[in-house]
Ligand binder design. Structure first.
Ligand code: FES
Length: 246
């Protein structure tokens, strides 16, 4: 649904002509999803509080100026929302062009090929060409391979902040931060030199939250994506842990 569920009193809104009632406090994005209408997104996630950084989920709201992010805009009674229009399509393609101009074009050999939200969204918004010269400021930076379970590749980071929020909101560890601004912004392991020396407890919440191949399990890099998953409960402990088979 893109953003977490809320529990307020019902509010009725109209999205692309479809009326839907959702709890007060629900985001426009989630209301749209509940109405069966998908809104492009990169920085939003069901399990994290909305952040509004990628600007891919912009919509039009009757009576309001501009193009608000649907993930950070709560529904209001009688609100009329458009999720599709020529202007929105142009804005989303333009945003995606900027992302791709600062991203390696190695999808076919990337560990996340076929399981990458950036790749998916480029298709969803209909991006067919990038007019800008590649910037790719992070290509020269070394990957951080210090953690035994996952690697960090700054070249593939879109600075959506999902890993930082997952570390804070899911794990409560606060091991990650964002350093720098603009093209120089990057994920940092706090004040530490690398992930291994940081406060990171290797819980994997950041890897799970990453929409690209920036934070990647080393087993996936070495062995490829799992083709199917199997959930099993061990008869000996009852914790209900699960594993992924190939
Ligand atoms: Fe709404 Fe990124 S998904 S701004």
């Amino acid at each position: 649904y893109g953003t977490p569920a809320r529990t307020g009193a019902p509010v009725t809104v109209e999205i692309d002509g479809t009326a839907i009632s959702v709890p007060a406090g629900t985001s426009v994005m989630r209301a749209a999803q509940e109405a069966g209408i998908s809104v492009p997104k990169l920085c939003a996630s069901d399990s994290l509080e909305p952040f509004g950084s990628c600007r891919l989920c912009t919509v039009e709201i009757e009576g309001r100026r501009g193009f608000p992010a649907s993930c950070t805009t709560p529904v209001e009674p009688g609100m009329k929302v458009r999720t599709q229009s020529p202007k929105l399509a142009e804005l989303r393609r333009g945003t995606m062009e900027l992302y791709i101009s600062d991203h390696p074009l190695d999808c076919l050999t990337c560990s996340a090929n076929g399981n990458c939200e950036l790749q998916d969204m480029a298709g969803v918004v209909g991006l067919r060409e990038v007019r800008y010269d590649p910037v790719q400021t992070h290509l020269a930076e070394a990957k951080d391979e210090s953690n035994p379970y996952f690697s960090y590749d700054p070249a593939k980071c879109i600075v959506c902040n999902r890993c930082v929020r997952a570390c804070e909101e899911v794990q409560g560890t606060f091991a990650l931060t964002i350093d720098g601004r603009g093209f120089d912004s990057r994920i940092a392991a706090g004040q530490a030199e690398d992930f291994l020396d940081s406060e990171c407890v290797s819980c994997g919440a950041c890897v799970q939250a990453c929409p690209t191949a920036t934070l990647m399990e080393k087993t996936v890099i070495e062995m490829g994506q799992a083709e199917r998953s199997v959930t099993t409960t061990c008869a000996y402990c009852g914790v209900g842990c699960s594993f992924k088979a190939e």
